[in-house]
Every structure is written in C-alpha cells, then in structure tokens.
Design a binder for this molecule. Structure first.
Ligand code: F0G
Length: 457
C-alpha cells in the first residue's frame, strides 16, 4: 500500500517570513498583546482562522474571468442560485458579502426584542446579532461537548430535552427559530449527526418553530456523518448534504469556509414570504438582490467552490491535515478537544496552563506564548471572546478555554503543521514555569476580542 497524498499540486506560491523571537517580542508588545493587531508579515504560520484564507483552485481562478458584473440580473447570480438549489434544495437565495451579513438580513426579518433563539453553541457573530436585537441565544448543546476527553462522535449535537425545555416554557411567538451550526465551531468544530438533525426537525414541527442551519462548514459536517454515523458509509457527500437540508427551513452561510473563497455568503430559504421581506433588508444593507455585496466573479468562484467541496476526495485531504496536527499533539500528551473536529485543533488551555487563572485569560496567554515561541498565530476561544454579560456587564467565563488552531484550506503543508506542533511541545515542556497571564487595558462594548488592548501581569 502506498501512503496517502493530496490530490493536487501547487501552481503558485506566496513567500512567508520566518522571524526571530526578539522581533516577535517587540511586535506583540506593539500589538498590545492582541493577535488581531499583528501585521500578517509578522506571522509565519497563520492559524488565526480558516475563514477566507483558503487557496482557490485553478478552476475557481478561471471562473473569475467569466464573472458577469451586471448590476441587475447577472448570469453569475443565476449560476450560483442554481448551484444552491442543486446542493441544498432551496428555491429562494440571496447573495450577501459574508456569513454575518446573512445573519443580519435574516434576523432583521425574524428576531424581535425579548425573544429566545435556542441552538448548539451559537457562533459569536450569530450571538452578537441576536443580542444586538435584545434577544437571547440559548445554548442547548449536549453536556458531553464540555468534557474535552469524552469521545462522543457528535459533540455538536443539540440536547433534545434542553431544547424541549425552552419550547415548553415559552410560547412559540417568543421563539422565532432554532439555529443549528454545522459543524459547531464554538464547541471545537464538532459535527451534528443526521439522527440529531432529524430529531430537531420533529421537535420543530411539533412546536411549529422554523429551523435554520448555520452552514459555514456544512461539507465537513457531512464528511463526519459519512465516516462516523451508521448507515451513511456508502452515501455520497452530495446525498448526505441533500438529506441534511431536508430538515431545514433556511440557511445562512459564510462561504469563506466551505465555499473555499476569500469573501462571500449565502442566505437561502424555502419561504417566499421570508424571501420577500429579506430582499428589502438585502437591498438596504448588502446590495441589489442579484449581487448582495458580491462581485459577479466572486459568485462564479463560489459556485465552483461548492462543487469542489462536495465532490471527489477534497474533504479527505482537508480533514486528514487537521487530524495530522491534532494526532501529533495528542501523541505529545497535549490536551485537545477530542475527538478531533473538522477545521481546527482546539487546545484545552485550562489543562495545558493549569497555573494561569481564568481571570488572567488563560487561553490568550497560551496563544501569545505560541506566537512568541514559533511565530504561529492561533486564536483565543475563551473568556475574551465570551465577552461580558449584556445585563450585568460581568465577564462571562465559558466552561472551556481553548486556543484554536484553525487550518486554512489547501494553504499550508504538513511541514508547517510540524512547526506548530514543535512550538507547542516546547511550551508544554516548560508549562509549570508559566503562572501569570494578562489584564485588560481597553475594551469595546461588544465583540471586544477584535480590538482589546492587554498588558502582562
Ligand atoms: N457562523 C460560523 C459557524 C462561523 O464560524 C462564522 C465565522 C460565521 C458564522 C460568520 O461568518 O465571518 O463570514 O461573517 N467564523 C470565522 C472564524 C470568523 O474564524 O471562525 P463571517
């Protein structure tokens, strides 16, 4: 048997700079210990996000050239609309400039002050758009997701009894929708099973509540169903996706992830009435209904990206690389969210740096250590991201504090993954010498993690 190898070769390269520790010490200080403030050329391996950072294929680049930039009625729009119908089955589609724009437009139609939106650990922009409308996101994720060592195969699942409790306690007028995030980013890129999606649909029908899928990583979710859920081994990714979306009334999608494009998003739905209302907001916030903030060429590249992500061995290439890094860390004894997810490796910062308190931002402390050690930029998914409670203004301490190492699609080689692992191992070996973290100097009232200024304690 021959070893596995990627089914693509590299046609174009972009140089990256390998800095010294001394340079990085200066840069992170100038960046106020916020990794978002670093310049990209101050980073060697950038695992800040897998969003918009992937490498397009030659077919996608070719599709750019044939984009139709007409303001109204662009052929690129109709092309993408057909692809959305073919893959997800929705008749009504609005292009938007990225995922949070789809949330903004849809929630402008559906979400009112005082309402509740249950789901599986909503992503921060989703929660932000709910809270901005003075509504509340209720996390109904299964408890198993919060034990990083537990091997539950679908830690993105919604706990049906938690969901029913919300629906029993509140009239349907108070619950505009259930949001299911595929895969669940906040709990570690963890998938939702088909059985769970089916059950959510049944509950939703019983209580007459619409179901929306946050679809940023829908194809990775389908891959986990194919590889882990009994009965799906012989079904194609396309078939699995098509069944998944039978259980939804609509979708929002950041196409910067599983669309493998650098910018763009999708809002799609079954209801004509929603579409008509959403069109008004799309025109107001995004652009006319046939471009919605996307260039024609970008819609073309996205249509090809949706094809690639759902066919051939793309997903195997992708998830193998994430698991290559994850398994290396596991072999080194480094605590990570298990089983490994689809787009990132989530390092359990509380267990890694057990001497640093949550009040001193333990996951951010680990992120800064890794940057200093190896020039690798990850991102904190912990107390900084969780922000303050909108009512009490107190810090919200999430159950888990992660350093997320998100892997861009088709961008880095496994040699880069080796650098990341070696950097973390060096820190792990001296973890007992790290006892203090950071304190906030300045922060914004919402989504503070992007702009917060910190200083070492
Ligand atoms: N939903 C999920 C599950 C996401 O992960 C993201 C973005 C969004 C919605 C919003 O999409 O950025 O296109 O507006 N996640 C990125 C990340 C930023 O790094 O995980 P957007």
């Amino acid at each position: 048997d021959l070893p596995f190898a990627e089914n693509y070769k590299i046609k174009m390269v972009e140089p990256i700079y390998r800095s010294t520790r001394e340079e990085r010490e200066n840069w992170i200080d100038q960046a106020h210990y916020n990794l978002f403030n670093l310049k990209s050329d101050q980073v060697f391996v950038d695992l800040l996000t897998d969003s918009g950072t992937g490498a397009m294929s030659d077919r996608q680049w070719a599709a750019l050239m044939t984009g139709d930039e007409s303001y109204a009625g662009s052929s690129s729009y109709f092309h993408l609309k057909e692809k959305v119908k073919e893959i997800f089955g929705f008749d009504y589609f609005l292009p938007v400039h990225q995922g949070r724009a789809a949330e903004n437009v849809l929630f402008s139609v559906l979400v009112k002050a005082g309402q509740l939106v249950p789901g599986n650990s909503h992503f921060d922009t989703t929660k932000g758009h709910i809270e901005f409308r003075k509504a509340t996101a209720v996390d109904c994720t299964i408890d198993e997701a919060f034990d990083t060592n537990g091997m539950h195969p679908f830690k993105g699942n919604i706990d049906i009894s938690k969901l029913k409790a919300v629906l029993n306690e509140h009239p349907k007028e108070q619950v505009p929708m259930i949001i299911v995030t595929l895969t669940c980013n906040s709990s570690g890129g963890q998938p939702v099973s088909m059985a769970n999606l089916r059950e959510i649909r049944q509950v939703a029908d019983q209580y007459q509540i619409p179901v929306i899928f946050d679809s940023a990583r829908f194809a990775e979710n389908a891959w986990f169903i194919q590889s882990r859920e009994p009965g799906y081994q012989d079904r194609s990714i396309r078939e699995i996706v098509s069944e998944m979306y039978q259980y939804a009334d609509g979708m929002t999608m950041s196409s910067k992830k599983d669309g493998i494009v650098n910018i763009g998003g999708i809002l799609a739905m079954r209801s004509k009435a929603w579409y008509e209302q959403a069109s008004v907001y799309n025109i107001l916030f995004e652009g006319f209904v046939t471009y919605g903030g996307m260039a024609g060429r970008d819609m073309n590249a996205l249509a090809v990206g949706l094809d690639e992500v759902t066919s051939g061995v793309y997903l195997e290439n992708r998830i193998r690389q994430v698991h290559y890094l994850g398994n290396k860390l596991i072999d080194m004894g480094i605590p990570v969210q298990k089983p490994l997810g689809g787009h990132a490796v989530f390092v359990d910062a509380k267990r890694f740096l057990s001497r640093v308190s949550k009040e001193e931002f333990v996951a951010q402390t680990l992120a800064i250590e890794l940057y200093l050690e190896a020039g690798v930029r990850g991102v904190e998914v912990g107390t900084l991201l969780a922000d303050r409670d909108p009512q009490t203004k107190e810090n919200r301490y999430p159950k888990l504090e992660f350093l997320r190492l998100a892997i861009p699609r088709r961008t880095y080689t496994n040699n880069h993954m080796d650098v990341v692992a070696a950097g973390l191992k060096n820190i792990f070996d001296r973890r007992d010498s790290i006892a203090r973290g950071f304190q906030i100097v300045e922060e914004a009232p919402i989504m503070r993690h992007f702009t917060v200024k910190l200083e070492p304690i």
